[in-house]
Design a binder for this molecule. Sequence first.
Ligand code: AMP
Ligand code: MG
Length: 535
Amino acid sequence: MALTLEDLTFDNRFTHDLPGDPAELNRPRQVHNAAYSFVEPTPTSSPQLLAHSAEVLADLGLAPEVAATDEFLRVFSGNATLVGMEPYAACYGGHQFGNWAGQLGDGRAIALGEIVTDAGVRHTLQLKGAGPTPYSRTADGLAVLRSSVREFLCSEAMFHLGVPTTRALSLTTTGDRVMRDMFYDGNPEWERGAVVCRVAPSFIRFGNFELPMSRDDTDLLRALADHTISLHFPDIADGRNSGFTTDDYVEWFAEVARRTADMIVHWQRVGFVHGVMNTDNMSIHGLTIDYGPYGWLENYDPGRTPNTTDRQFKRYRFGAQPHIGQWNVTQLANAIYPLVGDVDPLQEALTAYVDVFNHDWPRMMAAKLGIAEFDESRDPDLIHALLEQLPTIETDMTVFFRCLADVPTSTDASDDERLAAVAEADYDPTQRTGDSRDLLAAWLRDWSARVREAGRADAARSAAMNAVNPKFVLRNYLAQLAIDDADKGDPALISELLDVLRRPYAEQPGKERFAQKRPEWARVRPGCSMLSCSS
Ligand code: AMP
Ligand code: MG
């Protein structure tokens, strides 16, 4: 057990296995034939720890007291490095909003190194917002408090919801001020700077493979793929570090496609909208990564995107995420084509994405409805009938599915009794009249008949539903309230939210206020309803 920071075992395979940038100049530039550039975090003036994740600390094998040490604060705010750390920024490209953007890279992320725990688990530690790198382009390499609070809380919330995600170890403020024009409307303001330490098996993205492919650098492409497979896909590597066959590359790609589809099924289950599904924001592990202008569905609306930068075309709206995931894995297929040299097997492997999604999504939706045994002949109609009517009047997604577990299903229950059980989900109950009332009443009758027929006891069914339909999610306005307080110097709400979001499926007496649908004031408030990429 690595009780103290000094006990951590570093094994920096990314930088050891792969070619680095020979130039040590920390200035924005194009970096060729290299997977990364060594770069030191920029020290900050007066760092303060606002929050940390006790679970991530334990995963790293660290004792709980470590978080309270001065050294923890210094290391995870970018003011000191531990022996064994070799900080670097990764070089990658990506498709942004559907267009090839060339080299992007870690513009404000600096990986500190990879640790291996006693159990043999590998974690890369990465600071976000710790200063400029050769990939910062025209920006400053910094992050502001609001976006750091959002990333910290959401990665932990997603983990506890059971959604594949990168994790967050710590959230510190830097004591330095950062200039941001939050809505790109000519009104820049000084904001507090912050640093989040993120943790994941690696931060390798689809874009890491796309960039060398775009530059015809097959050697680097192969080195990256071999590193990724041998270290992170042991079932495919089967003990090898290199010498992979075209079949191995195809099998690896199919696995990435499957994991990506699985991740997106989870997003659709909990109502998460990523907001910027560019290929540089797609993890090779199928983890949710890069929490920026993400949002949670409040009223169920498949057309919803929280990202104002995407307002015009809504490319990354909730309902488009499954299709965009497929588009993104197609870009990964293109990127590794030089390793395979044949379109057909890649095309074939791409169907893995569609197969997983088409198999898992309806079963996930059926589980949300309390149907354990999905029946292909009729459940799709039941699911689609609900999803078609939910957006007709504003209905809170999380509250609706949670309430559904308590709707009386017996034949002698009346429409009014059933409707009353889900009424709390309506943003404006006066609109639940005419068609919207009749259609929902009819749907609840059909649904009741379906679950009655399945024959599961009510208590068992509602427990199963409550295990997939969360009560507590990081509602947009809750994150904003925590930001408002933290900005005034009070991090208490961050801790309280972190704690509530640890048990998102449990009833938590006394914490009901965190399960309330969006209050009216939050409908138009920046940060609650609208976010931009400025962070
Ligand atoms: P994103 O879409 O937020 O993941 O960012 C796209 C690209 O812009 C990535 O290469 C980021 O590293 C870079 N980037 C975003 N914000 C900053 C910043 N403040 N300073 C430097 N680079 C940034
Ligand atoms: Mg990114």
